[in-house]
Write a protein that binds this ligand. Sequence first.
Ligand SMILES: [Zn+2]
Length: 311
Amino acid sequence: MSVLDYGTGIYAIDLFEERKSFRSSAYVIRDERVALIDTGSAKSQEALLEGLAELGLGSEDLDHVIITHVHLDHAGGAGQMMQKSPRAVLHAHPRAARHLIDPSKLDQGARAVYGDQMDEIFGHLLPVDPHRVVIAEDEGTLRLGRHTLTFYHTPGHAKHHMCIFDDRSQGIFSGDMVGIRYRPEYTGWDFTYGFPTTSPADFDPDAMLESLHRLEALKPRRIYHTHFGMTEPAGEAFDFSRNGVHYINKLIQQLPDTVTYEQIQEAMSEIMIQDLRIQGHVVPSVDPLGVDLWLDSLGILVYIQKKQKLA
Ligand SMILES: [Zn+2]
């Protein structure tokens, strides 16, 4: 099963990112116009095309490709997808658009984090024709037919992040803004767990709390997470995201100026184990969250170092 049906023409396609199921998804909204929200990386292109085919769609049927932010697990395959979708226009945050048109900085940034593994994990980045890129302004709208989408600029996870509110399902396509929803199929645990994602390079806890507040004021019913699936009622996702940020803020206050990556990683795994225990789950380790634990700890370290430079 690689396509999940959330009703009102909304589907999630499992992208098998990092060769794992229930890790990352792209969303399709089927209406008079067809929209794709996030493409995943270039490596997940095949899974995306297969998912579209399961819905009886081809890439040439796409009218709109919408990018939540330019991290590679969301937009690394945007160039390839736009080449295969001659009719589509691409909608992106103003800070994201230039990186989709010229991905060289994105490439450099990703290589700084992932090193030699970058090509293996995400594949190659292709530029998007600037004439096919539309800047998504804050509170700008896009009508697909029965669905009208509204874009919200939501810094915190990334400065180039936006979320998309769908009026028909009263849901928010949250990208990485309203936390990650770890499904049992991914972790091997017998429960679903939620935690914010603080990956580099511009995680900012205060901005994240502000964006969460702004999105919650829209009173959505549902959150459609990229990672992974849907949270309803939406309040649960806001709660676990905010709780996580509060833990992280407390941690940042306690850490010494000379903190190392290893210290942050150890503290973060302790925080997650404690958080799980409070929710009644005793786990031997948080190893199943390993990749994110690494990215989250790195993001927190980058944030602390930036703050020290400003001080
Ligand atoms: Zn992501």
